[in-house]
Design a protein around this ligand. Structure first.
Ligand code: AMP
Ligand code: ZN
Length: 433
């Protein structure tokens, strides 16, 4: 199976608009009928599916944000019968509550198709051996790449994260040709290979890396190529859209967003007005084909722009530039989203802590390191090293359970952390991407 459908990938503008409109209309009719959430939201905005007469009319529809997921936790946004669901994924939300996303069988198919098309665009195919070094589990990276690579007909190695020396042995022994993972983990993997005396160019068949889940730069792409000869592609997605699914092509001129699957807008985060290509704003995506968990005008919080002009590869889908920042305070730690409010929420589950805390993010080697400094209540202060270590272990466990990512914890004496007049500065991010 070749995951390149020329008609779909090179569809002229007018045809794309027609197809997108049909998909949107069908989606709106369905959610307006079946979902109290969408029905209520559209009523409140004074718009019904009949008001949408072209794809441009999408701007009449209200936006969705991560808070909609939190407020409807865990499953009030599900638009299909319970028996049609086949999977949940979960990631950290804006407060203590995680965000849950759900899928039907068709949703999983659509996602896997999108990934297979993206991998094809990076030059991968049936003959490749793809080692998936994203985490498998609640996070969408591992299973998303896995299903897409399998669809492509490639051999998949579900290596997951960690155990880097073993990963390098697998790359050598199983003749891995491509790795998928976070850019920081991939650079770490190259460092470890070097320490082990493994020359990626001579001792392995590795030629492509498909990297994403966190921001990275063109300089990192060049650095990876210089030290290893590996061509690194940028894959993008969020769990709300399904997971990682959109990627740059062999031309590497921005991330193609398959236009038969999704409608892309860049909006002014203040006014909500759509911005023209070339202008930076908040990335907003409507997935036209989702069943269980539709996302209509979903504001991702990521800052990007739609690139002007056409891609030399011939695909006519819009391309977005690299993500240059966030409009909110979400941190990405080793590919996992972390909201400072979720850290606060988790910390306060421990009765011996105050609400004074600071998150310090840095790089240890190539990997992100998160240190949470938090004040003890006066009555919890103790000289017992054992007592302190026990409390520290408890807090580390609460954070790991709540955030799906490990953090180091430093317990501080009462009144030792800075106090703020006005907005607290809770995060010190020392990383440079
Ligand atoms: P999640 O919902 O856990 O999959 O996280 C999605 C978020 O990760 C996005 O909204 C982005 O902020 C970030 N992200 C994912 N892929 C990339 C990428 N290729 N470049 C920059 N940020 C990314
Ligand atoms: Zn292209």
């Amino acid at each position: 199976m070749v995951y390149y459908n020329e008609k779909l990938e090179t569809m002229p503008k007018e045809e794309t608009a027609r197809l997108q409109y049909q998909e949107l209309k069908a989606l709106l009719d369905r959610v307006y009928r079946n979902s109290a959430f969408y029905h209520g939201k559209m009523k409140e905005a004074g718009v019904s599916p009949d008001d949408i007469k072209s794809i441009e009319d999408i701007r009449k529809l209200p936006f969705m944000k991560k808070t909609d997921l939190r407020d409807n936790y865990p499953d009030k946004l599900v638009c299909v019968d319970r028996e049609d669901l086949v999977r949940f994924h979960v990631s950290s939300g804006t407060t203590g509550k995680p965000t849950v996303v759900s899928y039907t069988k068709n949703d999983i198919e659509m996602w896997a198709d999108a990934v297979a098309r993206s991998l094809t665009a990076c030059g991968l195919g049936k003959r490749d051996v793809i080692q998936v070094c994203y985490g498998y589990g609640l996070f969408t990276g591992g299973l998303g790449l896995h299903y897409g690579a399998e669809k492509l007909g490639a051999v998949v190695i579900p290596a997951s994260t960690g155990n880097t020396e073993r990963q390098i042995e697998l790359i050598q022994d199983l003749k891995t040709t491509a790795v998928a993972g976070t850019p920081s983990y991939f650079i770490h993997l190259l460092d470890v290979a070097k320490k082990m005396g493994v020359d990626i160019r001579k001792d392995t068949n590795l030629r492509i890396a498909v990297l994403g889940a966190e921001p990275w730069t063109e300089e990192m792409r060049r650095y990876i190529h210089d030290i290893s000869g590996v061509t690194a592609h940028n894959i993008f997605g969020t769990s709300e859209l399904s997971g990682p699914m959109f990627c740059d092509c062999e031309e590497m001129h921005g991330t193609h967003i398959h236009s038969d699957i999704a409608y892309t807008e860049i909006i002014d985060p203040e006014t909500g007005e759509p911005l023209p290509p070339g202008e930076k704003g908040e990335l907003t995506i409507t997935v036209l084909k989702k069943e269980a968990f539709p996302m209509i005008r979903y504001r991702l919080g990521d800052v990007s722009s739609i690139l002007e002009g056409e891609c030399p590869c011939g695909r006519t889908s819009p391309r977005i530039d690299r993500i240059t920042g966030r409009v909110d305070d979400m941190l990405i730690i080793r590919g996992i989203n972390v909201f400072p409010s979720a850290v606060e929420h988790a910390l306060l589950k421990n009765p011996f802590l105050t609400s004074h805390f600071v998150i310090e993010v840095s790089r240890k080697g190539r990997l992100d390191d998160m240190l949470v400094r938090v004040e003890l209540k006066p009555e919890a202060m103790t000289d017992s090293i054992n007592g302190l270590m026990q409390m520290q272990a408890v807090v580390e466990r609460t954070l790991r359970d709540a955030l799906n990512v490990a953090a180091r914890v430093e317990l501080c004496p009462p009144n030792s952390l800075p106090r703020f007049e006005g907005k607290a500065k809770r995060v010190i991010d020392k990383r440079v991407i």
